[in-house]
Design a protein around this ligand. Structure first.
Ligand code: FER
Length: 393
């Protein structure tokens, strides 16, 4: 195994250790979570322009996609050269008033002041197979599902938004939800947001890109959308009352504003891929600490403009416009993925007919929440804290 992978694995393991085995005593969380040193609240209505001088190590252990195109010589403008678009789309007319996309750097609030009723996390098993092979063998796979405190299995009337979450390299759904029966800090945060009426009660489904038939993490991430559409969504959304009236293209399209996909690191790679392929079924995307690898590993930096253009093309291929989706991206300032994600976002900002950087989702569809921190759960916790209340309408 290469050094970088070991580093990431170690970081991820440490993060996981910080996320599991929690007790219900809020005081216990202090040892596992590193709250921001101050309660400074930073607001940003500008696209990120600086890629800070963070370690620029790129992952070496993740196999390259076989079809990685050779880097071209097209000069990529430096992020700092790109003007930030200021003109909102005149046609935007959102009924809902969104809170501003502020980047709050404090995260302790929900974690330490948490008298909220608590939801539950359960194991959820579904059947899947190798969708790339004609006679792909079927097998059982597990996800973790968070059900909000008010969830009542006898109530089939109440419908819930669903946030699907994908972990990073070497991890599992536990990274987000800490395992069946337990309360991770993320579930506590969501409990509190629900109790404070900052969000509507929602279901969270933490999935995994690991498969029985392939060890190629990159390909697993880039192909996960097949499993998501064919297996995960049909199983989950017929078991729990979501807004999907039926599991058909029409039923999923009609409920797309009630469905979000987010992920960390390789989970962000997955999220960009889900964006590319599932715009008819999803309207909200939360790529955290990772760039789009459609054009090759870390192409968000090496082929930033082409990657942005590729994503814009996919929007058009779906017959969608700038008004049809929202991307709440996030990254740590000292995150090893920041030098990959920020250039990509900056290039997306130049394609203003498709991506419109904004401080408030009433005026655009793209925001990049850069918080203090590295490539770990503390960063993701902050991004989720800022971003979850901006999902769904
Ligand atoms: C990135 C996207 C994904 C990145 C790293 C990863 C360093 C994941 C690496 C791994 O799990 O090995 O932009 O930047």
């Amino acid at each position: 195994m290469k050094k970088t992978f070991l580093f990431l694995l170690l970081a991820a393991t440490l993060s996981l250790a910080g996320c599991s085995g929690k007790t219900d005593n809020p005081a216990d969380t202090s040892a596992q979570y590193t709250p921001a040193p101050t309660d400074t609240t930073e607001e940003s209505d500008k696209a990120p322009t600086d890629v800070p001088a963070t370690p620029t190590t790129k992952p070496t252990a993740v196999p390259k996609p076989t079809a990685t195109p050779k880097p071209t010589t097209t000069p990529t403008p430096k992020p700092t050269d790109i003007p930030v678009p200021v003109t909102p789309l005149a046609t935007f007319d959102r009924e809902r008033t969104y809170p501003d996309n502020t980047t709050q750097t404090k995260t302790g609030y929900y974690l330490y002041n948490n008298p909220a009723p608590q939801g539950t996390v359960i194991d959820f098993t579904y059947t899947t197979k190798n969708h790339l092979k004609e006679d792909g063998k079927e097998y059982e796979k597990s996800a973790l599902v968070y059900l909000p405190p008010c969830y009542d299995e006898n109530d089939t009337e109440t419908k819930y938004n669903v946030l699907y979450l994908m972990h990073g390299g070497g991890d599992s759904p536990k990274w987000f939800l800490a395992g069946a029966g337990s309360k991770s800090n993320i579930t506590r945060m969501i409990d509190s947001m629900i109790t404070n009426e900052e969000i509507e009660p929602m279901i969270v489904c933490a999935v995994s890109y690991y498969t029985e038939y392939s060890n190629d993490a990159t390909q697993n991430c880039l192909n996960f959308h097949y499993e998501l559409m064919n297996d995960v969504i049909p199983a989950l959304e017929t078991t729990f009352p979501t807004y999907a009236k039926e599991i058909t293209p029409e039923g999923l399209a009609a409920s797309r504003t009630h469905r979000a996909f987010g992920g960390f690191s390789m989970g962000a790679v997955t999220t960009w891929s889900v964006f590319e392929h599932c715009l008819n079924e999803f309207a909200y995307f939360m790529p955290m600490s990772g760039d789009c690898w459609a054009l090759g590993m870390t192409a968000g930096s090496s082929r930033a403009l082409q990657t942005a253009q590729h994503l814009a093309d996919k929007v058009k291929e779906h017959g969608k416009t700038a008004e049809d989706f929202f991307i709440y991206a996030g990254c740590g300032l000292a995150d090893i993925a920041n030098p990959n994600l920020t250039p990509q976002i900056n290039q997306m900002n130049t394609l203003t007919d498709t991506f419109l950087y904004c401080k408030n989702f009433a005026n655009g569809n793209l925001y990049h929440c850069i918080v203090p921190g590295g490539h770990d759960i503390n960063t993701v916790d902050k991004i989720l804290y800022n971003g979850i209340p901006k999902l769904f309408h």
